[in-house]
Design a protein around this ligand. Structure first.
Ligand code: NCD
Ligand code: ZN
Length: 335
């Protein structure tokens, strides 16, 4: 059995910098046609010069691969209309992090008060720049995303022309918001379609499955699966592949992030096939994103075949999801 995905897109990706960038960027560049690159470097990507320089470092790291890094800025309240007008030609969106919510988000926003965000959100609406949001409060870890739901509702109603992407959603609550507000969209990761909190912490603790937002309940995973498998038009694949070196994962104080870039398409093909929905994989990993972002990628066809793929134990010093396991689908041709 085979399936060919035209121009697979990863709408939420962490490529890091320096040595890590050199390890992980070629892996994404091989399987994907383009990806939205997260700006949470240290320090974060906040100026046009930062965006341009980071994009160049990514392109240098991927060599000759046909892959387009779609750049983002790290949201700041201080961005003006004039600044954003200039930035627009270099970016596809702006990523908002609540301060301290996740890895390298310390410079994020400390209040979700509409009044404080109004000027920048209005400018983004007028310039048609999407807002990408890490939607978690600082509440109890299992409730953080659901609690953030009211913030999404406020953003969506007060800025009806602003395209808002709820990044890496993990709850039924977020899924339900999609059909309530025209301007809310979502990305979903690989791991949140496969695991629940039981897989992370129900037995021996699994640091390589620990990420933010943390995997939730069975009913949440069911709700995510339903919209992903059905090709819901407002849902896109965003791996949130977030590599950390092994000594930052297998230690006291494990960093949040699951590394999935090199195994994502193979794992998704298996999942969609198992559920009898292989015909919707193209919609989930490319078509919806093209329409939502108004983006037409330069084409790369990835052929997947139902043949065993033994996932490596590591890529340099980064351990992928499903390390040492055998997935039932492999990438057999890239054109
Ligand atoms: C991401 C990272 O490591 O940069 N970590 C994660 O657990 N997903 C940040 C993020 O997207 O939250
Ligand atoms: Zn992320």
């Amino acid at each position: 059995m085979k399936v060919t995905i035209k121009s697979p897109l990863d709408m939420h990706l962490h490529l890091r910098d320096k040595e890590m960038l050199k390890v992980v960027a070629p892996l994404s560049a091989k399987s994907f046609c383009a990806a939205i690159i997260m700006p949470n470097l240290v320090p974060p990507v906040t100026t046009i010069e930062d965006v341009v320089a980071y994009k160049k470092r990514i392109l240098d790291a991927i060599g000759k691969e046909n892959f387009e890094p779609l750049m983002t800025l790290f949201f700041k309240n201080s961005y003006t209309y004039e600044f954003l007008k200039k930035a627009k030609e270099h970016i596809v969106g702006i990523k908002l992090y609540p301060s301290g919510a996740t890895t390298n988000s310390e410079g994020g926003v400390s209040s979700m008060d509409i009044e404080e965000l109004k000027e920048t959100f209005t400018a983004m609406s007028e310039l048609n720049i999407p807002l990408l949001v890490h939607g978690e409060t600082d509440g109890f870890v299992m409730d953080r995303e659901a609690e953030f739901g009211s913030v999404y509702e406020q953003f969506a109603t007060n800025f009806p022309k602003l395209k808002i992407i709820m990044e890496h959603i993990t709850t039924k609550n977020s899924v339900d918001l999609l059909d309530k507000y025209d301007n809310l969209y979502a990305t979903i990761t690989v791991q949140h379609l496969f695991i629940t909190l039981d897989d992370v912490a129900g037995g021996m603790l699994k640091p390589h499955l620990f990420c933010k937002p943390i995997a939730k309940r069975y009913e949440d995973r069911e709700a995510l699966l339903k919209v992903a498998l059905s090709g819901h038009p407002k849902v896109m694949f965003g791996s949130d592949s977030a590599p950390h070196p092994i000594d930052k994962k297998e230690c006291c104080g494990c960093a949040a992030g699951v590394f999935t870039a090199p195994i994502a398409l193979q794992a998704l093909a298996g999942l969609f096939e198992k559920n009898g929905k292989l015909e919707n994989l193209q919609t989930f990993v490319s078509d919806n994103a093209q329409r939502i972002y108004g983006y037409s990628p330069t084409c790369k066809d990835i052929e997947l075949t139902k043949e065993p793929f033994i996932v490596p134990s590591s890529y340099e010093d980064v351990v992928p999801m499903f390390a040492d396991e055998t997935l039932s689908w492999s990438i057999t041709s890239i054109v």
